[in-house]
Design a protein around this ligand. Structure first.
Ligand SMILES: [Zn+2]
Length: 136
Protein backbone atom coordinates (compact mmCIF):
# COMPACT_ATOMS: atom_id res chain seq x y z
CA UNK A 1 0.00 0.00 0.00
CA UNK A 2 1.11 3.57 -0.54
CA UNK A 3 2.34 5.23 2.58
CA UNK A 4 1.99 8.79 3.67
CA UNK A 5 5.05 10.92 3.20
CA UNK A 6 6.87 11.38 6.47
CA UNK A 7 7.79 14.84 7.73
CA UNK A 8 10.65 14.41 10.21
CA UNK A 9 10.91 16.91 13.06
CA UNK A 10 14.11 17.88 14.88
CA UNK A 11 13.73 15.07 17.41
CA UNK A 12 13.03 12.32 14.91
CA UNK A 13 15.37 13.42 12.09
CA UNK A 14 18.16 10.94 13.04
CA UNK A 15 15.61 8.11 13.14
CA UNK A 16 14.47 8.89 9.60
CA UNK A 17 18.02 9.48 8.33
CA UNK A 18 18.95 6.01 9.61
CA UNK A 19 15.82 4.53 8.01
CA UNK A 20 17.00 5.89 4.66
CA UNK A 21 20.17 3.83 5.24
CA UNK A 22 17.98 0.83 6.18
CA UNK A 23 19.03 0.95 9.79
CA UNK A 24 16.67 0.95 12.76
CA UNK A 25 17.87 3.22 15.56
CA UNK A 26 16.19 3.97 18.87
CA UNK A 27 16.83 6.90 21.17
CA UNK A 28 18.75 5.88 24.28
CA UNK A 29 19.53 7.69 27.54
CA UNK A 30 23.25 7.92 28.37
CA UNK A 31 22.55 8.35 32.09
CA UNK A 32 20.10 5.52 32.79
CA UNK A 33 20.53 3.36 29.67
CA UNK A 34 16.88 3.02 28.71
CA UNK A 35 15.48 3.02 25.20
CA UNK A 36 12.59 5.29 24.31
CA UNK A 37 10.39 5.75 21.26
CA UNK A 38 9.10 7.99 19.83
CA UNK A 39 12.07 10.32 20.35
CA UNK A 40 11.78 13.46 22.50
CA UNK A 41 14.14 16.06 23.92
CA UNK A 42 14.66 14.45 27.35
CA UNK A 43 14.67 10.98 28.92
CA UNK A 44 11.20 9.94 30.02
CA UNK A 45 12.68 8.22 33.11
CA UNK A 46 15.34 10.54 34.51
CA UNK A 47 14.76 13.76 32.56
CA UNK A 48 18.35 13.77 31.30
CA UNK A 49 18.99 15.46 28.00
CA UNK A 50 22.04 13.25 27.34
CA UNK A 51 20.42 11.16 24.63
CA UNK A 52 22.07 9.13 21.92
CA UNK A 53 20.95 6.78 19.16
CA UNK A 54 21.44 3.04 19.32
CA UNK A 55 21.13 0.72 16.38
CA UNK A 56 18.93 -2.26 17.25
CA UNK A 57 18.62 -5.68 15.66
CA UNK A 58 15.36 -5.02 13.87
CA UNK A 59 13.82 -8.12 15.41
CA UNK A 60 10.61 -8.15 17.36
CA UNK A 61 7.34 -9.88 18.09
CA UNK A 62 3.70 -9.12 17.35
CA UNK A 63 2.08 -7.97 20.60
CA UNK A 64 -1.46 -7.54 19.28
CA UNK A 65 -3.28 -5.96 16.38
CA UNK A 66 -6.41 -4.33 15.13
CA UNK A 67 -8.09 -4.03 11.74
CA UNK A 68 -8.62 -0.50 10.46
CA UNK A 69 -11.92 0.02 8.61
CA UNK A 70 -12.31 3.75 8.95
CA UNK A 71 -8.96 5.44 8.53
CA UNK A 72 -9.01 9.27 8.65
CA UNK A 73 -6.05 9.46 6.24
CA UNK A 74 -7.42 9.78 2.72
CA UNK A 75 -4.40 8.21 1.02
CA UNK A 76 -4.83 5.04 3.06
CA UNK A 77 -8.59 4.70 2.59
CA UNK A 78 -8.26 2.89 -0.72
CA UNK A 79 -6.47 0.08 1.09
CA UNK A 80 -9.09 -0.43 3.80
CA UNK A 81 -9.52 -2.62 5.67
CA UNK A 82 -5.91 -3.19 6.70
CA UNK A 83 -4.01 -4.65 9.62
CA UNK A 84 -2.48 -2.41 12.24
CA UNK A 85 -0.22 -4.51 14.44
CA UNK A 86 1.74 -3.50 17.52
CA UNK A 87 5.34 -4.72 17.37
CA UNK A 88 7.49 -5.15 20.51
CA UNK A 89 11.24 -4.85 19.96
CA UNK A 90 13.38 -7.76 21.15
CA UNK A 91 15.78 -5.31 22.83
CA UNK A 92 13.01 -3.81 24.96
CA UNK A 93 9.39 -5.00 24.84
CA UNK A 94 8.41 -1.58 26.15
CA UNK A 95 9.35 -0.08 22.78
CA UNK A 96 6.39 -0.50 20.50
CA UNK A 97 6.04 0.29 16.83
CA UNK A 98 3.12 -0.04 14.45
CA UNK A 99 2.98 -2.06 11.26
CA UNK A 100 0.56 -2.87 8.48
CA UNK A 101 2.29 -6.27 8.16
CA UNK A 102 2.60 -6.39 4.39
CA UNK A 103 1.73 -9.83 3.03
CA UNK A 104 -0.37 -10.87 6.04
CA UNK A 105 -4.10 -11.33 5.23
CA UNK A 106 -6.44 -8.89 6.95
CA UNK A 107 -7.57 -10.13 10.37
CA UNK A 108 -5.30 -13.18 10.13
CA UNK A 109 -2.37 -11.84 12.14
CA UNK A 110 -0.23 -14.41 14.01
CA UNK A 111 -0.02 -12.73 17.44
CA UNK A 112 3.28 -13.62 19.14
CA UNK A 113 5.04 -14.39 15.87
CA UNK A 114 8.57 -13.14 15.28
CA UNK A 115 9.00 -10.27 12.85
CA UNK A 116 11.89 -8.37 11.33
CA UNK A 117 12.12 -4.85 10.09
CA UNK A 118 12.09 -3.99 6.41
CA UNK A 119 12.10 -0.54 4.86
CA UNK A 120 9.54 0.66 2.36
CA UNK A 121 9.39 3.95 0.46
CA UNK A 122 6.64 6.40 1.39
CA UNK A 123 4.95 8.95 -0.85
CA UNK A 124 7.83 11.46 -0.65
CA UNK A 125 10.62 8.89 -1.00
CA UNK A 126 11.46 8.68 2.69
CA UNK A 127 12.01 5.04 3.68
CA UNK A 128 9.82 3.97 6.59
CA UNK A 129 10.23 0.92 8.83
CA UNK A 130 7.76 -1.89 8.23
CA UNK A 131 7.69 -5.38 9.66
CA UNK A 132 7.29 -8.79 8.16
CA UNK A 133 6.66 -12.16 9.76
CA UNK A 134 9.66 -14.51 9.72
CA UNK A 135 9.73 -18.28 10.06
CA UNK A 136 11.69 -19.45 13.05
ZN1 LIG B 1 17.46 8.53 31.61
Amino acid sequence: MTKQGVEPDSFSQPFWDAANEKRLVIQSCVDCDILQHPPTDTCRDCDSDALEWKQVSGRGKIYNYGVVHDCPVRLLQQDQPFNLAVIMLDEDPGIQMYSHLPGVPVDDVPVGAAVEVIFEPSANGQLVPEWRVIDE
